[in-house]
Design a protein around this ligand. Structure first.
Ligand code: PEP
Length: 262
């Protein structure tokens, strides 16, 4: 990974763990890392619990000075008002949410989120000082028809329309066929696409942003394969689903720098 970019390990809990379970998991994860004498400065960690857990996790992180960032799994395109069930960026910012996942393939697939909606959510996040974690990735059908990079590149270009040069964003390359399937991309495949995504960031937001933006890989990341992804020059971290709600597994993923051979 790039020399100047701090790695980011992001845990997308999806619709798992109530607020009591959330507090228990974050506490245990912190203890596990402390027990292992983990260098917290060397890797940024963000947890993305369900909305109903955010206040509890925020309170815990603050009270126990746990060096994790808090993130949300979605954000409304609207600022406030008659939008039943939606959550405004301003509310997330008040809960110290530093990042928000936008355009996850599950939202694109089950909630019909188009590239236009994704772009509007990116704008809503940035307006509220929240870093958007923009998810892009091809389905297995896209892969067959267009190769690996065409769809994610097009999705990112659309997501960044209207974003000002120099804005802080995170990009997550998540091939849809690799999410939750146990079949991760190879590090070489992932590197190839992540490099192209970095070029999109540079073209849209400027060369400095191209250099400083973290590009993550996501899709069946585990303690057994994280190190091989992190060796690639354009992969700066991982967005982890299933592996992020198991304490030992996520703790080991965060400690990828200590894995043999890295
Ligand atoms: C995800 O949903 O972002 C993800 C990468 O899931 P998993 O790690 O379970 O494949």
């Amino acid at each position: 990974m790039g020399m100047t970019r701090t790695p980011l390990i992001a845990g997308n809990w999806k619709m798992n763990l109530d607020h009591l379970q959330a507090v228990a998991l974050v506490q245990k994860l912190h203890w596990s890392l402390k027990d292992a004498q983990h260098d917290f400065e060397s890797v940024d960690v963000t947890v993305f619990p369900p909305f109903t857990d955010l206040r509890s996790v925020q309170t815990l992180i603050d009270a126990d000075k746990i060096p994790f960032a808090l993130g949300a799994q979605d954000i409304s395109t609207h600022e406030q008002g008659a939008y039943t069930g939606e959550i405004a960026g301003e509310f997330l910012a008040k809960l110290d949410c530093r990042q928000v996942i936008i355009g996850h393939s599950e939202r694109r697939e089950y909630h019909g989120e188009t590239d236009e909606v994704v772009a509007a959510k990116v704008a809503a996040a940035l307006k509220n000082g929240i870093v958007p974690v923009i998810c892009v990735g091809e389905t297995s059908e896209d892969l067959e028809k267009h190769g690996a990079s065409a769809v994610p590149v097009a999705q990112l270009e659309k997501a960044l329309e209207g974003v000002a040069a120099g804005a802080e964003i995170v990009v997550a390359y998540e091939p849809v066929w690799a999410i939750g399937s146990g079949q991760a991309a190879t590090p070489e495949q992932a590197q190839e696409v992540c490099e192209k995504l970095r070029e999109v960031v540079a073209a849209k937001l400027g060369d400095d942003a191209g250099q400083s933006t973290r590009v993550l890989y996501g899709g069946s990341v585990k303690s057994g394969n994280i190190a091989s992804f992190m060796r690639e020059p354009d992969i700066d971290g991982a967005l982890v689903g299933g592996g992020s709600i198991k304490v030992d597994e996520f703790s080991s993923i965060i400690r990828f720098q200590k894995h043999v051979g890295v």
